[in-house]
Ligand binder design. Structure first.
Ligand code: ATP
Length: 258
């Protein structure tokens, strides 16, 4: 099977007039359709930088990223990017926030009507139907993150990049929003890459985890979950007998790198 995403011998240095900061050192991995890969690693090791390069926002220093066999040299519609802060515009209603992408793309009048209907339906399906006309400030943190995900999904990306999307939420909200968002990703059959600081979150979400080492980062370990475990929801995984052994494996790899 052809990979959807092929990160091939990727390296990256931040360059300034007087310095060179090596951040990523020869990282290679592939993501196949339906994969949900979590990436963990010490603070400052380059996780967000890696996502920015995959999203086509920055060029690599060496190596390349291929999406469906084509080099990624600029942002593309098929790659959606959701950040830690939801970046919703306070002066737009929730519905109009989710329609921002198609608006920027200048879709036709007919397309606009169709997208508006799809956005309303998605917001309703994910318990935001009563807030279509509300401003973001009227929503809880978890509701805002769901709206931000729908805004990303409305562009119909096949690959979703998620950079710490739950970290601004309190613990309880974080667990339920993570559960909801993973459910949305699963039912919409998306391929996803999630950057997280939280090892328990990494064990409760994807089907694979990549552990990065200290900057300049390399891949220190890859952990692939049992398919029966992967089939469970994030909340159900936390009560499964495999949860602690997987967490321990990640912790051991991670502790060496702190
Ligand atoms: N625009 C920039 N110019 C120079 N250095 C940068 C820039 N952005 C990030 N860095 C540095 O690059 C390194 C990697 O940053 P990055 O944000 O990718 O790490 P991270 O693993 O996502 O961090 P965290 O887990 O703390 O969010 C850090 O040392 C950071 O200080």
């Amino acid at each position: 099977m052809e990979p959807m995403l092929d990160v091939s011998n990727l390296s990256f240095d931040y360059l300034s007039a007087s310095s060179c900061l090596p951040v990523i050192d020869n990282i290679s991995f592939q993501a196949f359709e339906g994969d949900f890969i979590s990436i963990v690693g010490p603070s400052g090791c380059g996780k967000s930088t890696l996502l920015d390069i995959i999203a086509g926002l920055m060029p690599s220093s060496a190596g390349q990223v291929f999406f469906l066999g084509e080099p990624v040299i600029k942002p593309r519609k098929e790659i959606g990017y959701m950040l830690q802060r939801d970046q919703l515009f306070e002066w737009r209603s929730i519905l109009r926030n989710t329609l921002l992408g198609p608006e920027i793309q200048h879709s036709s009048h007919k397309d606009k009507r169709k997208t508006r209907k799809t956005a309303s339906e998605m917001l309703t399906r994910y318990d935001l139907g009563g807030f279509l006309g509300a401003k973001p400030s009227e929503l809880s943190g978890g509701m805002r993150q769901r709206a931000a995900l729908i805004r990303t999904l409305i562009m119909e990306p096949t690959l979703l990049l998620l950079d710490e999307p739950f970290s601004a939420l309190d613990y309880q909200t974080r667990l339920t929003v993570c559960n909801d968002i993973c459910e949305i990703i699963r039912t919409n059959k998306k391929t996803a890459i999630l950057v997280t600081h939280d090892l328990a979150e990494a064990v409760s979400t994807g089907n694979r985890v990549l552990v990065l080492g200290k900057r300049p980062s390399t891949i220190k370990m890859e952990l692939v979950f049992d398919p029966d475990f992967t089939a469970l929801s994030p909340l159900a995984r936390r009560n499964h007998p495999l949860f602690n052994p997987y967490f321990q494996k990640l912790w051991e790899a991670f502790a060496h790198e702190k």
